[in-house]
Design a protein around this ligand. Structure first.
Ligand code: DC
Length: 215
């Protein structure tokens, strides 16, 4: 339920490179909502530790760093580097880091008129009461190919097999960690983008959000 007093929250989860970022940005633009890519909060924590020469596995230090982040200054172009994603996945296994970031993410979700949040644990932990939840997936092969096309399309060079190996390693770490592992919420709508283009995924999601808004 939403009303003029209740923020509208849309939760989007899924593994790396499944298309959840693009889908979330499209939904946020369509419904005029705020958008937070929560992966950037883990990436910014990892980058701050690296920049300050601090260890990635000292939980108290990492949690203090996470608690001091300014969510309004998350620069995707700086944080999107592959090594930062890898470091973020390591930082994200620590419960105290998650507690600090989840608190900030929940605060963001409650800002009117509401928000689309994308990540790994939005529907299960951060916003369990979201109006609607999506779980976006695609096969590792297709996700690796998308990353490869993105990198080479920007003039970079990349090796498809090693991208896929990295994606599978990251999936395993994100799914097997004890605290808030990557998994679909029981009430999430599954969107498999292996065959579907992003436009079709957006249309499917939009129809489901419109139906939820009518109830
Ligand atoms: O989506 P991404 O690649 O930017 O995320 C980077 C890492 O952050 C990812 O490997 C796991 C972690 N993460 C998380 O644990 N929970 C979230 N809600 C978002 C990201």
């Amino acid at each position: 339920m939403t009303s003029d007093q209740t923020p509208l929250v849309i939760a989007v989860d899924g593994p790396a490179a499944a298309g959840k970022g693009t889908l979330s940005r499209r939904l946020a633009a369509h419904y005029r909502l705020n958008h937070l890519d929560t992966g950037l909060t883990y990436r910014a924590t990892a980058k701050a530790l690296i920049d300050r020469g601090l260890p990635l596995d000292d939980e108290a230090v990492a949690a203090r760093t996470a608690g001091g982040l300014d969510l309004s200054h998350l620069d995707r172009s700086v944080l999107s580097a592959h090594e930062i994603g890898e470091a973020a996945s390591r930082v994200a296994v620590m419960p105290q880091v998650r507690t600090a970031l989840v608190e900030a993410q929940r605060g963001f979700s409650q800002t009117m008129p509401g928000a689309v949040l994308d990540g790994r644990d939005i529907g299960t932990v951060v916003c369990p009461d979201a109006l609607i939840k999506f779980y976006v997936t695609a096969t590792p092969e297709v996700r690796a190919k998308r990353r490869f096309d993105e990198i080479t399309g920007n003039g970079g060079s990349a090796d498809l097999a090693s991208i896929q190996a990295d994606i599978e390693k990251r999936d395993a770490r994100d799914s097997e960690r004890a605290d808030s592992p990557l998994r679909p919420a029981a009430d999430a709508h599954l969107l498999d983008t292996t065959e579907m283009g992003i436009e079709a995924a957006f249309e499917a999601a939009r129809r489901l959000v419109d139906a939820a808004l009518e109830h």
